[in-house]
Design a protein around this ligand. Sequence first.
Ligand SMILES: NC(=O)c1ccc[n+]([C@@H]2O[C@H](COP(=O)([O-])OP(=O)(O)OC[C@H]3O[C@@H](n4cnc5c(N)ncnc54)[C@H](OP(=O)(O)O)[C@@H]3O)[C@@H](O)[C@H]2O)c1
Length: 243
Amino acid sequence: MPATKTALVAGGSGGIGEGIVKTLIADGFVVYVPTRAGDNSERLQAFVDNSELLRLIPADLCSEGEVSALRDEIVSEANSLDAVVVSVGSRYFGHRLHRMPRTDWDRSIQDNLATHFNLQRSFVDLLRSQDTGVYITLIGPESESIHPEEGVVSIMAGAQKMMTRVIAQEAFDSNVRVHTVTAHTSITTRSRGENVNPDWIAAEELGRYVLALINGTIPGSNDVMHELRNQNHVDALLKAARA
Ligand SMILES: NC(=O)c1ccc[n+]([C@@H]2O[C@H](COP(=O)([O-])OP(=O)(O)OC[C@H]3O[C@@H](n4cnc5c(N)ncnc54)[C@H](OP(=O)(O)O)[C@@H]3O)[C@@H](O)[C@H]2O)c1
């Protein structure tokens, strides 16, 4: 019998993350998702088929100690981890950058950068100690566009992308693969309801792309940066993926 594949999806309770979780579980992965009080974990449990493959572990990703405890719990249960997918962050609207309250700025740094830093510290380290595995950060279109009164979202997305590129560069002396996957459209999620556009990439299609990247079957699997233009582009890349 083949060994069970395991993945951590940080942000797996979010609109985009749940599509990734569903796709990986459908492929037979055991998927670990960190959860916080009052999050959408019950909604996630109801959404996935084979929910016995879903492992919810309480952890606030802003806390270095809780992220490190999350890693220890996964290692004690699974022994090893094949993939880490990060879809974590918070949105912002309401102030031009120079008028943004300092408390809002600090919150944004915590949700968007401290979370990613803590995950990279614990989980890139784990993958490197195994000398195998794939680490993927999902990035939104804001990494390359700016909208007034929500500019901090662009700053955080740009920084998340660069943090992951640094980690990728520094993984040159290991067999760990590190990738950014940037979606250049909004993502069709359950929470958006009818308010969607056919060009937008669907969360589960993004999940299929992530799965093919983890498996190394998508064209350019060894490239660090993956740029997805729209749903048609993702469909074409998935068609070109090796079986
Ligand atoms: N094209 C796009 O729009 C696109 C593409 C790829 C990536 N992204 C980025 O991906 C991220 C997720 O987007 P989304 O639409 O899925 O947002 P969402 O529904 O708000 O989900 C955000 C996720 O991040 C988690 N999170 C945030 N801060 C956390 C913390 N301190 N500790 C633990 N978990 C935390 C949330 O957990 P809770 O459930 O506990 O709140 C939730 O699972 C965003 O940063 C977005 O910019 C966007």
